[in-house]
Design a protein around this ligand. Structure first.
Ligand code: ADP
Ligand code: MG
Length: 718
């Protein structure tokens, strides 16, 4: 019985009363106060050491080992001033989470005292005893060691907890044979691949030598908040992050009064607290609001260089989770915590930018700028069309399968929304039609004359997995709980590939004596003609689209993760990843193995949790209620009918449970691939049968016997 929980969940939340920083304080003192910025290092290093470090950070030059000790000392001094007692190499293993192993700054000095030690060697490289992180067979257990290596391009920071603080040094994680065991290494490699591919194109457009290009990324994080009291009463939420049971609440989200409505006080307090911590970590949090579903919210920072953005995104998830608990809340980052209610995504806004800050997907004011914009835009269209499979794989997980293709999330079919204005421009270019009337004329691209390009995204489309939004693309299929590193790695890689191929073509035409305008016009036109099947501005949820995409346009529809994962090691993908040195065939196979493994484990745990909750909580509740009903001696048609219904549903639950139990014991085979297919094809359907019976029981069994907090309580008690 949850009456007491309900009251406590609604009333007994704790408020942190420390006054929030004013905007002036945020800008003046708080922002990045716990980050070891280059600016801070400049005050602590000799001129030459600083110059050398800056070359490493800004231009990717190899770090001079001679300065490592100096930098380590500066770091340690700074961190200890900030109250840090420990340091850790902070890395992103293939689980998608982050990992840390803390070492104390304090070492015994042999005279019974202790000194604070931290050398350049310890800064540059460490060997966490990390043999239990997944390696997909890249490490046999006898050589289980992996090592972490400092990534100077992402700044070190202080992570605080109630009783202290730790210096966190962002690192890459690799095996001794040099194979990447983490998500950061391929991301860094893909940024370099993009740089290598895009700068030659920029030179053709007249950019100065020495220009560097990177990708920029702003990720919008959706999440749910529920009261802690309820969370801990739900073994399914505790064990799997999502509800495996739960009848639909009487009032669903159809009212949508929550969307962009006033944020409840308690939630606002939580958000403010989380934001202050994120500011201190140098994370430029910009927006916060209610999302579509009841209890659902969103937080979004301003975009940054993608490697730093990926580190920051991990910190955002961590700070949200930790801070919620201070307010008696739990933050659910799962893609689909509640059946029948909107899921959560992590929209990744992506673009390319030069080191001078020029956004390559920003339509410009001059014909020249627009030429360049259309060239890069065409490259993205080509990239997405040619590599639909990789984009789908990059967001594949058991949890995201509940969201992709369900009717509120982007479909599993990858397509691009360009918006009507931009589509019209490409269409006119293709057909050779000029601009019309008054709006004609700005952009001369050889023969066709085009109107000015749209400076702001006019129309919006929430149903597209990949949308142009004015000066960037938004990849919406990314799941709320996943690391953004692999999706960005894939984006960088496929666009690098497309830009490289279009640039070769452009160079060839220029060599033949074509003018730049005419050549770019031809290339953009041909590229659009060839790849426009990927452009779709309509309703991505509709059934007609699914038919059209598959049967008329021949687009891939990789419905579940297990349909997508095999393609990761398809020859064309192995070739692409090796060509740009982002991942070797062995590294790709290892990742594929781990994806299967995580998929299997996720569903396996869900299957066993469903069995456990049904057997030990729901069946007993039904039995207790039946007992209540049969204890009534007065004849009653109402009670008889209810007892009959409860008994029938209980039998149904029991039968479904038997099937689930059998499927949970089966393995489907020895190989991880077979196990994964077994849980998808047999365990998930069996779980669903159990759930159906249980959810119907929830609607007839007396509330006081129901063992799980209901959707009504989870979603509407604030
Ligand atoms: P909207 O989604 O309504 O367009 P914003 O314009 O605020 O909202 O952008 C949403 C996210 O896109 C933010 O995180 C923002 O920083 C990011 N963003 C904006 N410009 C770029 C860019 N050039 N590259 C990457 N992300 C960007
Ligand atoms: Mg958006």
């Amino acid at each position: 019985n949850h009456d007491l929980d309900v009251i406590s969940a609604a009333r007994n939340w704790r408020v942190e009363t420390s006054p929030p920083a004013t905007p002036a304080q945020v800008v003046g003192e708080l922002f990045a106060s716990d980050v070891l910025t280059l600016e801070e290092l400049k005050t602590r290093l000799s001129k030459s050491a600083y110059k050398s470090l800056r070359g490493t950070v800004e231009r990717g030059e190899t770090l001079d080992p001679a300065i490592a000790d100096t930098v380590a000392l500066a770091m340690k001094t700074w961190a200890m001033e900030k109250g840090a007692t420990h340091y850790t190499h902070w890395f992103q293993p293939l689980t998608g989470a982050t990992a840390e192993k803390h070492d104390s700054f304090v070492s015994p000095n042999g005279d019974g005292g202790a000194i604070a030690a931290f050398s350049g060697k310890e800064l540059i490289q460490a060997e966490p005893d990390a043999s239990s992180f997944p390696s997909g067979g890249l490490r046999a257990t006898f050589e289980a060691r992996g090592y972490t290596a400092w990534d100077p391009s992402s700044p070190a920071f202080i992570m605080r907890h109630a009783n202290g603080a730790t210096l966190c040094i962002p690192t890459a994680f690799a095996s001794w044979t040099g194979e990447a065991l983490d998500l950061k290494t391929p991301l860094l490699r893909s940024v370099e691949a993009l740089n290598q591919a895009v700068t030659p194109a920029l030179h053709l457009f007249g950019a100065s030598l020495g220009t560097r290009v990177g990708s920029t990324l702003g990720a919008e994080q959706e999440y749910f908040l529920i009261a802690e009291e309820f969370f801990f009463r739900r073994p399914d939420l505790v064990m799997t992050g999502r509800t495996l049971f739960g009848a639909q609440p009487p009032r669903g989200q159809e009212l949508e009064d929550h969307y962009f409505g006033a944020i409840p006080d308690r939630v606002l307090s939580f958000m403010t607290d989380a934001e202050q911590q994120l500011y201190a970590l140098g994370i430029p949090v910009k927006t916060r609001h209610n999302e579509v579903a009841p209890g659902q919210f969103e937080i979004a920072p301003i975009f940054e260089q993608s490697n730093v953005a990926a580190d920051h995104q991990q910190l955002i998830m961590q700070v949200l989770r930790n801070t919620a608990r201070k307010y008696g809340l739990v933050a659910l980052l799962h893609e689909k915590p509640f059946a029948g209610v909107n899921g959560s995504g992590k929209h990744c806004n992506w673009s390319m930018s030069t080191d001078a800050g020029e956004n390559l997907l920003e339509p410009g004011d001059t014909p020249h700028e627009n030429l360049q914009f259309l060239f890069f835009c065409a490259a993205v269209i080509k990239a997405v069309d040619e590599h639909q499979d990789l984009l789908r794989i990059s967001v594949a997980s058991a949890s995201n399968d509940h969201r992709l293709g369900a009717n509120e999330a982007p479909p599993a079919i990858i397509s691009i929304f360009l918006g009507s204005e931009l589509t019209e421009i490409f269409d006119r270019l293709e057909s050779g039609e000029g601009g019309r009337g008054a709006e004609a004329g700005l952009l001369g691209l050889g023969s066709p004359v085009l109107p000015p390009l749209p400076r702001h995204a006019g129309d919006r489309n929430r149903t597209s997995p990949f949308a142009f939004t004015g000066n960037k693309f938004e990849f919406r299929a990314v799941g709320s709980s996943q690391s953004i590193s692999f999706p960005i790695t894939v984006l960088n890689l496929i666009v690098a590939d497309a830009v490289q191929s279009l640039t070769n073509e452009l160079q060839a035409q220029l060599n033949r004596g074509a003018g730049l305008d005419a050549a770019v016009g031809e290339i953009v036109k041909a590229t659009y003609s060839k790849h426009k099947r990927i452009v779709f501005n309509g309703d991505g949820y509709s059934e007609e689209w699914h038919r059209e995409a598959e049967h008329e346009r021949g687009l891939l529809n990789l419905r579940t993760s297990l349909d997508a994962i095999p393609l990761l090691t398809a020859p064309h993908n192995v070739e692409l990843f090796s060509k740009f040195g982002v991942l070797s065939e062995r590294e790709l196979s290892a990742r594929q193995e781990i994806m299967y493994d995580i998929y299997f484990k996720t569903v396996n745990i869900e299957g066993e949790t469903t069995e456990y909750v049904a057997q030990t909580m729901i069946l007993p509740a039904a039995a207790e209620y039946l007992g209540d009903l049969s204890a009534v001696k007065t004849p009653s048609r109402a009670l008889d009918a209810t007892a009959t219904e409860v008994a029938a549903l209980t039998d149904e639950l029991y039968d479904a449970l038997q099937t689930l139990r059998e499927q949970n014991r089966e393995t489907g085979g020895e190989e991880i691939h077979d196990k994964a297919h077994h849980v998808r094809d047999h365990v998930l359907p069996a779980m669903s049968q159990v759930r159906q019976a249980a959810d119907r029981l929830e609607k007839v069994v007396a509330d006081k016997h129901w063992p799980l907090p209901t959707y009504r309580q989870l979603l509407f008690v604030k």
